[in-house]
Ligand binder design. Structure first.
Ligand code: SF4
Ligand code: SF4
Ligand code: FES
Length: 530
């Protein structure tokens, strides 16, 4: 294991580690454009040049292995002169776009200019080479060739990660430019990642650009809920509105990436179809009701039903905490409990991140002892038995997921249908009461991904209207059956769950942390997704 010295600090690193990685470990910033830890080393931008003692020329830190006894200077006059020279070179043909560029606030060219350069340009504006601007190169990505610094991150991404080869660098010298390969469109399922890794405003998101300045946005850690992979994400939001999802690094789940479907799913979570009010069916229409009264009435229905007269249904879109409370409620009222995991018939996965299972918590459902295979068929038989008096549907749109006419007919026969959900649905139209609950970006909680990794959800925004966290609603309903029940937070619900369900034994929110932790039975197997 070599020991290197960087700016007077010594560190021992693993064999093969580069100077830029060793410096990062020490908390020393070496500016860089082309280097990205998820891609091969290209070494083209020269921004990471550093002075290394006994070496006649400056070396690029991204492609120089840390060697024993190496002494590196990232702040020396020679290093600083190189940084200024590289930035001047990169800015020779760069347009004066900053005030109108959507990358402002997260642009490495702006930031490094302020940190390492601050010289006036010696190139008159009129002499700059002009290239094409605002070219849509795919459904999600806009290209501005003038702003590109030719770092080749995007081309390496499509060559090495997706292997779809839509982008390439063409021409020579000043006229070098990134463009689509002949006949190609940047429309692979992971195309949006090039927006995140482009260090400048050359590749921007057609979905997000000009909707918000990034310095106004707050970030909250979460997990994508659009398939069983559970890619780690940052939710960017402002004043209760979500603006974008971006991938968050997790070496065991999604590395640096996420798919476009997951990226765009932020819009489905907030929209006009969200349920905003507690609704109770009157003579011929729904009327807005109050939470306590409706929970009292629901508890009375559950209490008054005969043996075998209550069914509780949870879907694999339900966080672990809510599944646990539903399980406990079902046991308390003597109800049958079913777990449904439904995906559209044309749902596909691949061998990278995307899973054909479009539910975030099928594994959690199984860990809780619920078997989703054939669950809908078994459930339909129960619904049609004529014995059900109360049906509680939790995040489950049965009319859309099963044989619609059969479900509608069966629902019409059940005297009390309680629907807890985030969005309005045809199923909700058959409800006796509709309880609006929070989407996963609005709650503390956990999902368990396909590999058995339990991962944390955190509150990014508040639920709309009078909607409340699902765990809170269920804890209050359960409290009407269990005297002295104290479950004031999702964390406490999880603690109760972990103490009762063997698969979750030993886990708590601290242990799950920002990167997740495996279920007891998944700990031995590799949780990696690729
Ligand atoms: S478009 Fe962006 S990521 Fe691609 S080469 Fe240019 S600067 Fe780099
Ligand atoms: S692969 Fe699945 S979990 Fe990951 S971003 Fe896409 S939909 Fe979300
Ligand atoms: S980051 Fe090292 S050469 Fe570009």
């Amino acid at each position: 294991m070599p020991t290197v010295e960087i700016d007077g600090q010594r560190i021992q690193v693993e064999d093969g580690m580069t100077v830029i990685q060793a410096a990062e470990r020490l908390g020393v910033e070496i500016p860089h454009y082309c280097w990205h830890p998820g891609l091969s080393i290209s070494g083209n931008c020269r921004m990471c040049l550093v002075e290394i003692e006994k070496q006649p020329k400056l070396q690029i830190a991204c492609n120089t292995r840390a060697a024993d006894g190496m002494v590196v200077h990232t702040q020396s006059e020679r290093t600083k002169a190189a940084q200024r020279a590289v930035l001047e070179f990169l800015l020779v043909n760069h347009p004066i776009d900053c005030p109108v560029c959507d990358q402002a606030g997260e642009c490495k060219l702006q930031e490094y200019y302020m940190d390492y350069d601050r010289q006036r340009s010696r190139v008159p504006l009129a002499d700059k080479v002009r290239k094409r601007k605002a070219v849509p190169i795919g459904p999600l990505v806009m290209l501005d060739q003038e702003r590109c610094i030719l770092c080749a991150r995007c081309t390496r991404f499509v060559d090495e990660v997706t292997k779809t080869h839509e982008l390439a660098i063409f021409e020579r010298g000043n006229h070098c430019e990134v463009a689509l390969a002949p006949g190609k469109t940047l429309d692979n399922p992971y195309a949006g990642n090039v927006i995140d890794i482009c260090p400048v405003g050359a590749l921007t998101s057609r979905d997000f650009r000009f909707r918000a300045r990034v310095w106004y946005l707050q970030e909250t850690r979460s997990v994508c809920g659009s398939c069983a992979n559970g890619c780690n994400i940052e939710v960017f939001h402002r004043e209760g509105r979500i603006f974008r999802f971006q991938p968050r690094y997790n070496p065991d789940v999604n590395q640096y990436w996420m798919c476009d479907a997951g990226r765009l799913s932020c819009h489905e979570l907030q929209g006009e179809s969200r349920l905003m009010e507690v609704l109770r069916r009157g003579d011929d229409r729904f009327a807005v009701a109050e939470w306590p009264a409706v929970l009292d009435a629901t508890a009375a229905e559950l209490r008054g039903a005969p043996a075998g007269g209550v069914a509780v249904v949870a879907s694999a879109r339900t966080p672990n905490e809510e599944l646990y409370l539903l399980r406990r409620l079902a046991a308390r009222v003597g109800a049958t409990l079913s777990g449904v995991s439904w995906s559209p018939p044309d749902a596909r996965g691949d061998d990278f991140l995307l899973k054909a299972d479009k539910n975030p918590n099928t594994r959690g459902l199984r860990a809780m002892g619920l078997d989703p295979s054939d669950a809908i068929e078994r459930l339909l038989a129960t619904l049609e038995s004529g014995k059900l008096k109360v049906l509680l549907l939790h995040r489950t749109d049965l009319v859309a997921w099963a044989d619609g006419p059969r479900v509608r007919k069966a629902l019409e026969q059940i005297p009390c249908v309680v629907v807890l959900d985030t969005h309005g649905s045809e199923t909700a139209e058959y409800a006796t009461v509709v309880l609006p609950i929070a989407a996963y970006t609005e709650i503390d909680g956990t999902f368990t991904n396909h590999a058995g990794r339990v991962q944390r959800l955190e509150v990014a925004v508040a639920p709309p209207g009078t909607a409340r966290a699902g765990w809170q609603v269920l804890a209050e309903l359960l409290g009407r059956f269990e005297d002295g029940l104290e479950l004031p937070s999702a964390e406490r619900v999880f603690a109760a769950l972990a103490s009762e369900i063997p698969a979750f034994a030993g886990l708590d929110y601290a242990r799950v942390g920002a990167q997740g932790a495996p279920l007891a039975d998944a700990a031995a197997s590799s949780p990696g997704s690729r």
